[in-house]
Design a protein around this ligand. Sequence first.
Ligand code: E4P
Length: 229
Amino acid sequence: LKLFADGANLAEMRAMYKNPAIAGFTTNPTLMRKAGITDYAAFAREVVAAIPDRPVSFEVFADDLDGMEAQARIIAAWGPHVNVKIPVTNTQGVFTGPIIHRLSSDGIVLNITAIMTVEQVAQVAEALAVQTPSIVSVFAGRVADTGIDPIPHMKACRAALHGRPKAELLWASPRELLNIFHAEEAGCDIITATSDILAKLALVGKNLDDYSLETVQMFHRDAAASGFE
Ligand code: E4P
């Protein structure tokens, strides 16, 4: 399982790049908005300069399929390791399959994003060119937010990618560190996680008696800081 860092904070991305365990990066317009980015191309130039040799996904933002395709071709030229994120539908629910097919057939490495259902994965698999690498991002965390167990769901997504060996299944929108283990169990190739979740990797294998003690000490410190007698 490869670990990707999800975010749009350049300083954080630079710090993550120093960690060889981070095999790639993903961004999206919502993360860029949160990071206060207003000049997309300038931001992308800085990211590509800072991360020259690992995959970075940048998303198209047009809503019509022709516009998406044109943006995808521009974004793909930003760097040799740039992956182009294409949402599985536009805002009206129109499947982006035709442009996925054209771009992928032209050798552009796509990251199909905002996927929730196994049926969408099957349709995307059908649209992707067999010979071109790609990433299929299923928002397992958002699926789990609806009360569905994401592990069997992701296993079914894995099965739906049968026939597209160059398509990597990505567990997107993890909600906790445990999802890294879940993604592995489900047979995913990649998980992308925000820095708050990745920071918890430091806790893996921690002695739970020590952790219990530190927690009690935290309560004690905070009670004292609140002036409780
Ligand atoms: C993946 O590439 C997405 O950027 C991300 O995982 C979305 O996460 P969210 O569902 O928490 O917004």
